[in-house]
Design a protein around this ligand. Sequence first.
Ligand SMILES: Nc1ncnc2c1ncn2[C@@H]1O[C@H](COP(=O)(O)OP(=O)(O)OP(=O)(O)O)[C@@H](O)[C@H]1O
Ligand SMILES: [Mg+2]
Length: 218
Amino acid sequence: MNASLIPTRQGSYLPISARMLKRGERVLEPDVYVTPYQGQPVVVKDYRRYRGTPMALPARLLVWREARILRRLRGWRHAPVLLGSAGLLLGMEFVAGSALSGEAEMLTESLFRQLRGVVARLHADGILHNDLHTSNFMLAGGTLVLLDYASALRLPRWMLRLPLLREFRRADLANALRIQKRLTGRHFGGARAELLAPPTWVSATRERWKRFYRWAKA
Ligand SMILES: Nc1ncnc2c1ncn2[C@@H]1O[C@H](COP(=O)(O)OP(=O)(O)OP(=O)(O)O)[C@@H](O)[C@H]1O
Ligand SMILES: [Mg+2]
């Protein structure tokens, strides 16, 4: 992606025509906007506010990692097409759709089948998304599109059987179920309810971490 083809405002790194989708406010959050680029709307994840700071390096790493996963997923209709990445910028196809919501006509069995299928396909390819929640999904013409691979990990599939990574995989599946539960209000029993409950070592580690955090803050 050639950033010099996107005209910017005087004194700002943001393009003149940028329509902001999400302003980066927390640490290492990009500005996400849509802007015309070579005749088509393009979504840019822009970390340039970190230029010249010590955070530029981790920001570049996030761009590189997300681009790597999107490149791997090229041709898969459930992920946006990567258009390019350069330094602190990542450009991808604009998905013209709507965010997932509780609207009745959206909540079809096909939607949830796609949701489970998307997670299963990623895992089959050794990819853990690690950030599955409603705002990272869009529905475009009946197709569910998963966004935001900044936290994703791609590993050899055999590694996903290691206990820690098995837990990451469970967490992805549990988050997919939580989305379904949140949108439909439906509760799950049996194997699905078990999936939602973290193993005891995870709850214990989380509890210890919380206690340490409270102690450190006091
Ligand atoms: N390709 C896209 N097409 C349409 N809208 C998008 C696209 N990518 C992102 N968005 C919108 O912008 C929002 C923010 O994007 P994204 O989730 O990738 O960033 P983020 O959560 O700030 O990033 P990160 O987790 O990398 O800090 C999404 O929730 C979605 O509404
Ligand atoms: Mg996101």
